[in-house]
Design a protein around this ligand. Sequence first.
Ligand code: HEC
Ligand code: HEC
Length: 213
Amino acid sequence: MNKAWSPGRRLTAALFVFLSSAGTALASDLAARFARIEANPRLHQEAYAAGKARATLCSVCHGEDGNSRKPEVPNLAGQNPFYLWKQIDNFATGRRRNFVMQALAKDFTDEDKINLAVYFAANSPRTAPADPQRAPRGARLFRQHCAACHGPDARGTRDYARLAGQRREYLIATLTAFRDGTTRRRSNIMTAEVKALSDDDIADLAAYLSALR
Ligand code: HEC
Ligand code: HEC
């Protein structure tokens, strides 16, 4: 199942993500906002400090700096801020389901979401040890099926999640949920990308990605 990279396909996916994220105007406002914060050290410092103060609630599960303490909890450190913002918003609106995350997210203002996203995005992710049994095949599958959107080094882009250094168990659970179409998490794009993968393919991908810097 070699899916060649096609600009048309990628553009359609990006457009879909863009439109479904939060409305066109809000999405471009947000992107501009993150760009301004990124470009201005003083604004970045302020957002980082405010995010850090807000993140005390998150540390039990995601770790103080966003390197998770539990296998089923994703790392947030180094994730792209736009993606983080969008997922917090998805929990707040119920588009994405998780009991604790929905309860926490609904109390956040837009400002809180921005500050939390800036804080976690600026921290360094810690990677898992390499698994030489599975990782090489995972790397091949990644190049074939995933790199077009998530980037050649799996570091993500504005619209696509960083996968490098993500928790192995979380990756397996998430990819399996996308494939099997459970209500926990929905994405037509991701379901299409993983529906042909076996459990072994998913385990190989997760081994490769979790050890990637
Ligand atoms: C009790 C544990 C717990 C606490 C506390 C918690 N989270 Fe989470 N969080 C989770 C779990 C579990 C998931 C994964 C849900 C899933 O499987 O879809 C998650 C997912 C996320 C995601 C999506 C990440 C991704 O890669 O898609 C973000 C963003 C997030 N949490 C932010 C936060 C923030 C910000 C706080 C603090 C205000 C917080 N979480 C507190 C357990 C927690
Ligand atoms: C056409 C673009 C596209 C391709 C190709 C693609 N993805 Fe994705 N991926 C997405 C989008 C869009 C999302 C966000 C879904 C959402 O909003 O929940 C996503 C989300 C994910 C997530 C959730 C990240 C997190 O932190 O929770 C994982 C894991 C993932 N993709 C893995 C993969 C893997 C592995 C492959 C290859 C088998 C792949 N993706 C191929 C577009 C793509």
